[in-house]
Design a binder for this molecule. Sequence first.
Ligand SMILES: Cc1ncc(COP(=O)(O)O)c(C=O)c1O
Length: 414
Amino acid sequence: MAELALRGGKKTFSGFWPAWPVYGEEDEQALVDVLRSRNWGGYPAPNQRAREFAAAFAAAHDARYGICAANGTVTLEVALRACGVKAGDEVIVTPYTWIATAGAPVTVNAVPVFADVDPDTYCLDPAAVEAAVCERSRAIIAVHLGGSLADLDALVEIADKHDLVLIEDCAHMHGAKWRGKGVGSHGQLGSFSFQSSKLMTAGEGGIILTSDEELEQRCQSHVNCGRKEPGYDRFEGLVFSGNYRMTEFQAALLQVRLGHLERERVLRQAHAEYLDGLLAEVDGVRPMARDERTTHPACYQYIFRYDPEAFGGASRDRFVEALCAEGVPADGDFYVPIYRSPLFPITADRFPAIRERYGERIDPERIDCPVAEKAAYREAVWLHHPLLMADKAEIDAIAEAIRKIAEHADELRE
Ligand SMILES: Cc1ncc(COP(=O)(O)O)c(C=O)c1O
């Protein structure tokens, strides 16, 4: 008689995990208030609630300015445009992230250059970044991934040394701080997403943070069809752009959600660290490293490392299947290295700047990121943050399910 649920055994957990997103009466009231105000859109830009929310979110992350936008894809594009990244420039990016991170350079006709990630954090490896710098490099986009921050000390140093712009992609990291200072405020610009799965959400939405007044004005202009509103005297001329504005409905929800962020961050983090402790006792799984410079950690995805050797050689994907069957929703290939993604068919006929570095298309075989490849295809297991908002007994159930699979690894054979 099989033990694993995958083989017909009893599930470890058959209850319900917390739903996401969460909302309450305050959220309902905020939306009704916007509805009744008839002031729904993003224009005049920034509109009232978007302006208030941007100021509060920026202050919470120790930046001077916030610029609201439609999502966390266009925020990256606007950030690059605002600092003048253009055709032929190179932007060093991590491959282990959502495609928007490397898509942003492509949309401004720059060239994404993939640098490998650190095996302990899955964030950009500073040594790989340094090795990727050349005379065409203009910017670095670092992603703070899952529950780990990129090494901001090292990345700021490299950016300063080579006169590069550092953009932090904080789509996973609302509320986190490095050495007591908010993410998104260490580089020249920070970008956040408020898409449905994120730690703060309005369904869709994004924000750019900066402490540089000229960059702030340029970003405001880019988000608002290239308009140059009165007072935008920090830069010359007009820019061609589009409508990337946030609605007042989104801003109103986010104002309420910001009030809950710190409490939720602390709860998720306490459970993430509790789970670290439980997993440390199971052979063959390893939590990501914790860095004490991350004074306020946040956790969008709890990621741990899987070692097939300890599970009779079963693949990571087979393990994930078994974990899901036990009642613990998990993901393996949450991200593939971007240069291998079918959503990233970047060819030189459409994006000519690509030709010089990659030939007619971005060829995965010419890119060397073994750590990202291992994480994506063989090692990383992802648990979405709402699981961490459950009770401690449910966190115990996650570890119990993993322990059970380890004990019955022979049943993983296909
Ligand atoms: C790391 C990262 N960057 C950028 C984005 C893009 O954000 P959005 O979905 O709001 O466009 C996402 C989100 O999906 C993300 O996870």
